[in-house]
Design a protein around this ligand. Sequence first.
Ligand code: SF4
Length: 327
Amino acid sequence: MSEPLLQAEGLVRHYRIRHGSRLFSHPATLRAVDGVSFTLQPGRTLGLVGESGCGKTTTARLVLGLLPLTEGEIRLQGETLPQAGSMRWRELRRVMQMVYQDPLAALDRRIAVGRQVMEPLVIHAIGAPAERRDRAMAILQSVGLQAHHFDRYPHELSGGQRQRIVLARALILSPRLLVCDEPISALDVSIQAQVVNLLLDLQAEMGLAYLFISHDLRMVRQVSHEVAVMYLGRIVERGDPDRLFAAPSHPYTQALVSAIPVAHRSGRQRLILKGDPPNPVDVPTGCAFHERCPIAVARCRTETPALRPLADGRHVACHLAPGAADA
Ligand code: SF4
C-alpha cells in the first residue's frame, strides 16, 4: 500500500467555557473532538457520519489547520502539519482544500466567477495573468462549466453550477485532498447526484482523496472506501462501507443504519434511540452512549470501550461487540 496521504493521530479539541446559568456558571470543558484517529490513502474517500454536533466538522477544521489542536498530530504526506499561518503551513494547505456546504455563502456575489476561481493563484503568486485565466478556463471546463460562465456572477447561476464553481476554486491549486463538508446538502435532490458523480469522476481522473462529511448515509455509502461513525467526539465504528451498512456492529451505527429508507436497509426494523445526544460539556462516564444504548450493561457506565478490531477488518468501540479482539 502507498504512503498515507493523511494521518490523524489522537485528535483532541477541547474548549474551556463557562457552563450553567449566568449567576451559577462554572468553568467546564466542552469536548468537541476527543481522540480521533484515521488514515487516508491517495485517491480514496473516508466518509464521516454522525448526528449534528458529534464533531465531524470540527474534525475537518482540525485537519485543515483552521482550528488548533488541543492534543494530537496531523501528518500530510508524512510531514507533521506545522503551525497554522506559517510559511510551510501555507505551502501544505495547497495540497488540501475545503468544499463548503453552502456554495452561495462560500462565493462573493459581487465578484465574477472567473476572478473567484483564479483568486487562489493570485494569493499564492502562481503564474502570469494570462496563464491564470487559461488555467481557470480549463478548470471550469473540467467541472462541467463553459467559457461563458467565466464572466457571470454567482447569483446568475443555479445551485448546482455554484457548487461546481466552489469545486473549481478548490481544484485550481491542484490539491491532493478535498475536505467536503456536507457538499450536497444545500442542493436540490435532483442536482445532488450530478455533483456526487462529478466528485467521483474528478477522483478517478485526478487521484484525489476525499474526507467526505455528510448526514446522508446513502450518499456516504456510495462515495466512500471507508466509513467512520462519530458519536460525541469519538469514532465508535470504522470500516468497509458495505460490511458496515450490511451488518453494523455498534448499537449507535445500528440505529443510524436503521433510519435509512427501507429499500437500502436489508429489511431491518427502525431502531429509535432514547433522547438526544448528551451535552459535550457533560459527557457520561464509561461508554458515552450508555444512556441511550438499548443493550447497555453495568460495565458500560464505568468503563470506556476502546476501538477494537473485528475479524472482517472493521473497528468498533463497544464492550459487547461480537468478535471484537481484546485491546
Ligand atoms: Fe452500548 Fe455498552 Fe456497547 Fe456502549 S459499550 S455501545 S453502552 S453495549
